[in-house]
Design a protein around this ligand. Structure first.
Ligand code: CTP
Ligand code: MG
Length: 229
């Protein structure tokens, strides 16, 4: 609970992990003793403010997802995802029954999600109704055209976007309810909220909160987890 509202986390685990090249979707890849999905569920479960977790799973892997989620008592249900990340998000959000809630939407492949980050998001969500964590890029950023240098992008105006993203129920629920599947292909949840004219507040993200995308990310995540992240 936070501010008298229930806190519900939609955990997106319905992707296929094509860039990761493993025989199962990357959320089922084992780091030491546990799958990535189990690490993420473990870390989210320890955040006292989170009351409920709704797991969004690929329908082909629903049994695997249910077997894992059975060990986490905050998981209230497992729902099927869709063709795109936005459709998976929508399926999760529309399955929420509690209107008096804050909704966190998180990528299952970001296992290093901390209490501090979730608290920082919740602290700001009353202000605008939508809050996202972002970090700066350390690399120079470049706009390219047909494989050639076009112009340097001013890094003060560009940020890397992370999850969890936090919304008041009424904002995210209404935005997704009004969209049909063919118009749901966004890279994250804040883009559709912003497109609907809502303000999205930005807070400082966490550089350790990496999204496991390719096999190269594994070593780093294992190092962070060894140190107790
Ligand atoms: N996701 C989802 N439903 C989809 C696509 C993605 O729930 N149709 C989830 C993924 O499971 C992941 C998160 O969204 O937790 C971020 O997506 P990404 O890192 O792109 O994962 P995948 O789509 O699985 O990977 P890839 O793009 O390499 O296939
Ligand atoms: Mg993807």
């Amino acid at each position: 609970m936070y501010n008298g509202r229930k806190v519900i986390c939609i955990l997106l685990a319905s992707g296929k992990g094509e860039r990761f090249s493993y025989h199962l979707p990357k959320q089922f890849f084992k780091l030491k003793d546990k799958t990535i999905l189990e690490y993420t569920l473990t870390n989210l479960s320890t955040v006292e403010e989170i009351d409920e977790i709704i797991l969004v799973s690929n329908s082909e892997f629903i049994d695997e997802s249910k077997n894992i989620s059975r060990h986490f008592k905050k998981v209230s249900k497992v729902v099927s995802g869709g063709r795109t990340r936005s459709i998976s998000s929508r399926n999760g959000v529309l399955s929420v029954e509690e209107k008096n809630s804050y909704i966190l939407i998180h990528d299952a492949v970001r296992p290093i999600v901390t209490k501090e980050l979730v608290r920082n998001l919740l602290e700001k969500v009353e202000e605008t109704g939508s809050v996202i964590p972002c970090i700066r890029s350390n690399d120079m950023l470049l706009e390219v055209e047909n494989g050639y240098f076009k112009k340097v992008i001013d890094r003060n105006h560009v940020l890397r976007v992370q999850t969890p993203q936090c919304f008041k129920h009424e904002i995210i629920y209404n935005v997704y309810r009004e969209r049909s599947e063919e118009h749901l292909d966004y890279p994250d949840d804040s883009s559709i909220v912003a497109e609907n004219g809502f303000k999205v507040k930005i807070i400082e993200g966490d550089t350790k909160n990496i999204k496991i995308t390719t096999k190269y990310d594994i070593e780093l995540v294992e190092k962070f987890l060894e140190k107790g992240a």
